[in-house]
Design a protein around this ligand. Structure first.
Ligand code: KIV
Ligand code: ZN
Length: 516
């Protein structure tokens, strides 16, 4: 297959996706997502921005060590320190890419960088050459290309390719482009840049106008051969182009695009659930491909048609994207070795026997309550065995809640703050509200509750409920999650998890801050 027939899928869930407020991921969570993306056969995964913080650096290192089949990439501004940090974090990668970028739009050059256009080109060339000193695979991005002048883009891209960049990315950073216009930009660049054939042209579209996928596809129709995208369309502000939509659109309309990806589409739904569980960003029911209703036919006419001949109303098969793929993997008689090996397949390893024992104890408790344990249950269970990078100040010792028709619900909780246990009691409009108020009696965080959501992890009424609680305090937003077969307990765990995240300090440099 020639490069013209192949679309490179570059996943940036762990970098741009992580830039969604509250979606930060721990090292252990990134390794799990990295393993799932590798199983899905993404070509490149951007594991983070190494210079952002020591935590980001270590996460990229861990993903680079765990993933063998896909290329692992780190973002770097076009400055020495960022490129050196990226190279160091990727040292153990089987295949490594450094993705360096600088802003190219008049507004960014003038107000953010405060640099003349010629100096921006010089800096870009310097950064690409420096990155090539560490790795053979260098990507260069023109930040805010969607609002950049075409002549300037031609000049800087030609220079970046000459300096050794083998992928050129055209981001619509602020989600401003319109499909026809964006497609034309990509075609013009490919036609006008003399050395364009020496690089793969890529696009990276944001969804501020709801056009990220449409713009990316217009670019593909005009010659782009890499799309940067995220699971569930996660990403800064309104998000990035959704990987599942790009992959299924090009596959379903192969007649138009005439292009292949290497993605194992049956991994789409499990990976979507994994990312949603880890970040606490629920997937809306009517979301294309991965929403709970994406393949549900409600109207009688549609149901009748589908029963007579599936293609009357279905353009894709639910099982092709991984719906219904969850199978019972373990039960109450499964032993520690089987438990450990299944988790290893999911990318979960334990540094100590104590960690494994704790998770196994929890698994046994769950298996007593719920007879069939699925991969999704195991993922939720290990999410609860929190990574050591999040210092857990508070933990739930016990919870008792009572609600009955015609009575005011009450909850009594016992919380440990690491040194002492505190008991508190409250009423509320429901048992969840009462338990949050009881927790606040003790903790008095003053945090604002921005979001509360419950999702069933698997099917059936014995499913665990997975709860997300988004809290804000002093401008910081965090997402806590908790899972249990009792949703009041799951809610209290999620609330306490969010409080612990607020307690932990997590200062990071934003990649799009002025680095020059
Ligand atoms: O949106 C953007 O421009 C980016 C770049 C850093 C690629 O995320
Ligand atoms: Zn972006």
């Amino acid at each position: 297959m020639s490069q013209q027939d192949r679309l490179v899928i570059f996943d940036t869930t762990m970098r741009d996706g992580e830039q969604s407020p509250g979606a930060s991921m721990t090292k252990e969570e990134k390794v799990r997502i990295g393993k799932a993306l590798e199983k899905m056969r993404v070509d490149v995964m951007e594991a983070g921005f190494a210079a952002a913080s020591p935590g980001d650096f270590e996460s990229i290192q861990a993903v680079a060590a765990a993933v063998r089949e896909s290329t692992v990439c780190s973002l770097a501004r076009a400055v020495d320190r960022d490129i050196e940090q990226a190279a160091a974090a990727l040292a153990k990668a089987e295949r490594a890419r450094i993705h360096t970028f600088i802003a190219t739009s008049p507004i960014h050059m003038k107000y953010k960088l405060r640099m003349e256009p010629n100096a921006v080109i010089e800096q870009a060339v310097y950064a690409v050459k420096k990155a090539r000193g560490f790795v053979g695979d260098v990507e260069f991005s023109c930040e805010d290309a969607g609002r950049s002048e075409i002549d300037f883009l031609c000049r800087i891209i030609e220079a970046a390719i000459d300096a050794g960049a083998s992928t050129i990315n055209i981001p619509d950073t602020v989600g401003y482009a319109i499909p026809e216009e964006f497609g034309n930009t990509v075609r013009t660049l490919l036609e006008r840049i003399p050395n364009a054939d020496k690089a793969i042209f890529s696009v990276h579209c944001h969804n501020d106008l709801g056009l990220a996928v449409a713009n990316s596809l217009a670019a593909v129709s005009n010659g782009a051969r890499q799309v940067e995208c995220t699971i569930n369309g996660l990403g800064e502000r309104a998000g990035n182009a959704a990987l599942e939509e790009i992959v299924m659109a090009t596959r379903t309309r192969h007649d138009l695009f005439n292009i292949h990806t290497d993605i194992d589409t049956t991994q789409i739904v499990p990976t979507s659930r994994l990312v949603s569980g880890i970040t606490g960003f629920p997937v809306q029911p009517n979301k294309a491909i991965v929403g709970a209703n994406a393949f549900a036919h409600e109207s009688g006419i549609h149901q009748d048609g589908v029963l007579k001949h599936r293609e009357t109303y279905e353009i894709m098969k639910a099982e092709d994207v991984g719906w219904g793929a969850n199978k019972m993997v373990m039960g109450k008689h499964s032993g520690r070795a089987a438990f450990r090996s299944r988790l290893q397949e999911l990318g979960v390893t334990f540094d100590t026997d104590a960690g494994l024992n704790e998770a196994f104890g929890r698994f046994k408790e769950l298996a007593d309550k719920k007879h069939e344990i699925f991969d999704e249950d195991l993922q939720a269970l290990v999410s609860e065995t929190r990574s050591a990078s999040v210092a857990e100040k508070y933990s739930l010792v016990s919870l008792e809640s009572r609600s009955a028709t015609g009575e005011t619900p009450v909850a009594e909780v016992v919380i440990s703050d690491g040194t002492k246990e505190h008991r508190s009691k409250s009423d509320g409009s429901g048992p969840v509200d009462a338990s949050f108020k009881a927790i606040e009696e003790t903790v008095q965080s003053g945090a604002n509750l921005l979001l509360y959501s419950v999702n069933a992890i698997t099917e059936g009424t014995d499913s665990q409920g997975e709860v997300t609680v988004r809290l804000e305090f002093g401008g910081r937003i965090v997402n806590g999650s908790g899972a249990d077969t009792d949703i009041v307990v799951a809610s209290a765990k999620a609330y306490i998890h969010a409080l612990n995240l607020l307690e932990s300090s997590a200062d990071r440099t934003h990649p799009q801050s002025d680095g020059v």
